[in-house]
Design a protein around this ligand. Structure first.
Ligand code: SF4
Length: 707
């Protein structure tokens, strides 16, 4: 009888627990872990199909080196591959300095993988050029939390869904992107008929379809809406003045700003009825515990940080935080975006929620690692990193577990950067991604079901992940590849401390070092161990030494991790989207997700029962916009703007206001003859988070002439 092994689903930030069954080294089935608090045994269609993605299909199974760009990569031994990589990196660092190399990693790595990548770049090489695809999904949430609450820490938990009196879903479509959270919302509506659900989304999504109130605001007008709601709350005496006075600062300044955001003005800015703005404000402030769930619609914006701040401020104004059923709860996109944030796996962060810009924090990390200093110069965030490859400022990039040639906006510029790089390493589980075509060296990494480590989900819950089967082919664990490379590179650079920096013989040793780095920090997990996680199950942070359980909710005492213990109101004003419709490009293009697909489809695209539901991307348009262009359902159309053109089929979308179109973001070259939505999306970024505006651009649509 085969054993079941505990792991997690590797798709979204809900972080569902799974039980994997394997026979003869092959994964044969998966089911939801009934003991995991995130899902209590449930799985969505993607999670329930995970076993069908295991095995050798589309896997990279041995290291391969490309003799020259455009030529096929040829198999090479691991030793030779890592010697070659370390020699090329060492040569570039010696000639051009440490900032001439960069690492671009992924929210799908284990926390331990993230930790060693960060240490390799910031501790061994001396560059902060290490960023992640989490920059594309969560960095505005990070900056929003830090600006208002003082720390990157979601204060709520999934149990709050059951206890809320009103749930505000903004810029998120959990029915599609976080399905198990959505099922919990549906259950809460059945259990509590008085629960009100408000959905803020420019499109009538599957989540909006069950809402008591849907606010189809103009793209990018979230701040105007939230400021308008605060205007109504103040005017009608619905704010919690005691909470504001005792636990916050900056309210007067923001109150003066929102005085201008009358319902009539906000109705104009947002394109929705004034009465709906008033209703949303009253429900939020008076229906009992108020919980907000939000994601990419707020984050993937050129003003994503202030989108987050404006929403969080509604909670501060009403005292709706730090208690059951309440709080601003950012849903993470990727399975371990949170773990990457914990170890400082972004160009502007350091281990255990420390800031690179803070000299004290740099000194603490240098002391922890036993090195003289951590460089102060900020690293390049994702968009700038690939621009620096194009300009030649960065000459070598090591990409792990992500597919930037498809997933970053303005694909032509990103691909030009990759093509211009002197040396590209791709450490990947999958073969044949769009990025693989640009890689000089391909290194096979273990995949889901083969890995050990820990991940953290949206509610700060850390789960121990166990391997059910051995690595496929010659694949190695991500942390092992990094440690081996680091040792070789360190010796070539005559780094005195390389063996002390990378002493690890097991993934648990890395976890223990990460754990020690959190002592006294807001995410203190010094009380956790692999043994405890295995015996007592997944735990939320903080979990300091001596604790017997993690903390479900933060800030219950009204004290925040700011200098004076008060949360901050940030002065935020409405801003337009980075690009606005004009005569040449009169239509808004919104990007989004499909239920059965994940990211660039490396995994879900190989499972017929997932792929076949919707096997090509459909551009959704308002019927009037289609008639105006003499288009009919199923026509092939050219979708174009100043960055490029793609050809897709069009369909009338019932959930769209006139002037708005919608396209799923999953397709790339591998599944479509031509690039996907990201070929058209722009690379304008938020000034605080550096997160690009992946949710919106402007386009024109015309019949393609193709059949
Ligand atoms: Fe996986 Fe997310 Fe579905 Fe859970 S909700 S099974 S984590 S994709």
């Amino acid at each position: 009888m085969s054993q079941e092994v505990k792991s997690t689903c590797c798709y979204c930030g809900v972080g569902c627990g799974v039980l994997i069954r394997a026979e003869g080294g092959v994964i044969t089935s998966v089911r939801g872990d009934p003991e995991h608090p995130a899902n209590l045994g449930r799985l969505c269609t993607k999670g329930a199909s995970l076993h069908l993605t295991a095995g050798t299909a589309n896997r990279l199974v041995h290291p391969a080196l490309r003799p020259a760009r455009g030529e096929p990569a040829q198999g090479v031994a691991w030793d030779d591959a890592l010697e070659h990589a370390s020699e090329r990196f060492a040569q570039i660092i010696r000639t051009h300095g440490p900032d001439a190399v960069a690492f671009y990693i992924s929210g799908q790595l284990m926390t331990e993988d993230y930790y060693v990548f960060n240490k390799l770049a910031k501790g061994l090489i001396g560059t902060n050029n290490v960023d992640t695809n989490s920059r594309l999904c969560m960095s505005s949430a990070v900056a929003g939390y830090k600006q208002t609450l003082g720390a990157d820490a979601p204060p709520s938990c999934y149990d709050d869904i059951d206890q809320a009196g009103v749930i505000l879903i903004a810029g998120a479509n959990p029915a599609i992107a976080h399905p198990i959270v959505f099922r919990r919302i549906e259950d809460a509506r059945v259990a509590n008929p008085d629960l009100k659900v408000i959905v803020v989304d420019p499109r009538r999504t599957e989540s909006a379809a069950i809402a008591d109130l849907h606010l189809p605001i103009k793209p990018g007008s979230d701040i105007a809406l939230f400021n308008g709601m605060l205007h109504v709350m103040i005017g009608e005496g619905l704010i919690d003045e005691t909470y504001i006075a005792e636990h916050t600062e900056g309210f007067a300044e923001q109150a003066a700003i929102v005085a201008e955001y009358t319902p009539m003005r906000v109705a104009e800015l947002c394109g929705i009825p004034a009465s709906d703005i008033v209703r949303a404000a009253r429900w939020f402030a008076t229906r009992g515990p108020a919980l907000s769930l939000y994601c990419q619609g707020l984050n993937q914006s050129a003003h994503g940080t202030h989108n987050n701040a404006a929403l969080i401020q509604l909670h501060l104004a009403c005292g709706q935080i730090g208690k059951a059923g309440a709080g601003p709860f950012s849903l993470t996109g990727q399975p371990n975006a949170m773990g990457g944030r914990e170890v400082g796996g972004l160009a502007n962060l350091l281990s255990a929620h420390r800031d690179l810009a803070n000299p004290q924090h740099r000194a603490e990390v240098a002391a922890l690692w036993g090195i003289p200093e951590v460089p102060a110069k900020p690293g390049k965030a994702a968009v700038d990193l690939f621009k620096a490859l194009a300009s030649g400022e960065i000459k070598a990039v090591w990409i792990a577990c992500t597919n930037p040639a498809q997933s970053l906006p303005h694909q032509a510029a990103v691909r030009a950067g990759l093509a211009n790089a002197e040396f590209v390493v791709l450490q990947e589980c999958f073969a044949d991604t769009d990025t693989a075509a640009y890689a000089d060296l391909l290194l096979p990494a273990t995949g889901w079901g083969e890995k050990h480590g820990t991940v953290t989900n949206s509610e700060r819950r850390i789960t121990r992940v166990q391997a059910a089967v051995p690595p496929t082919g010659e694949a190695r664990h991500d942390w092992q590849i990094v440690v081996d490379f680091a040792r070789r590179l360190g010796r070539k650079l005559d780094h005195a401390a390389v063996d002390r920096l990378f002493p690890y013989a097991s993934v648990e040793e890395i976890f223990n070092e990460h754990r020690a780095s959190t002592a006294g920090r807001d995410l203190d997990i010094t009380g956790l161990s692999y043994a405890l996680l295995e015996q007592q199950g997944p735990q939320q942070w903080p979990f300091p030494q001596g604790a017997t359980a993690g903390r479900a909710r933060l800030y219950a005492d009204g004290r925040f991790p700011t200098a004076n213990g008060r949360a901050r109101f940030v002065s935020v004003q409405h801003q337009a989207t980075a690009e606005q419709a004009d005569k040449t490009y009169p239509l808004s293009l919104l990007s989004g997700r499909m239920r059965d697909q994940w990211h660039g489809m490396s995994r879900t695209g190989i499972v017929p029962r997932l792929f076949n539901l919707e096997d090509e991307p459909l551009l959704q348009m308002h019927p009037c916009d289609m008639r105006h262009r003499q288009l009919e359902d199923g026509d092939l159309v050219r979708l174009f703007n100043r960055r490029g053109e793609i050809v897709v089929r069009v369909a009338a979308g019932s959930g769209l206001v006139r002037g708005r179109t919608w396209l799923p973001m999953h397709w790339g070259n591998r599944f479509m003859n031509g690039a996907g939505a990201n070929a058209l999306l722009g690379d304008a970024v938020d000034p605080w988070s550096q997160q690009p505006e992946l949710k919106h651009t402007t386009v024109e649509v015309a019949k393609s002439g193709l059949e």
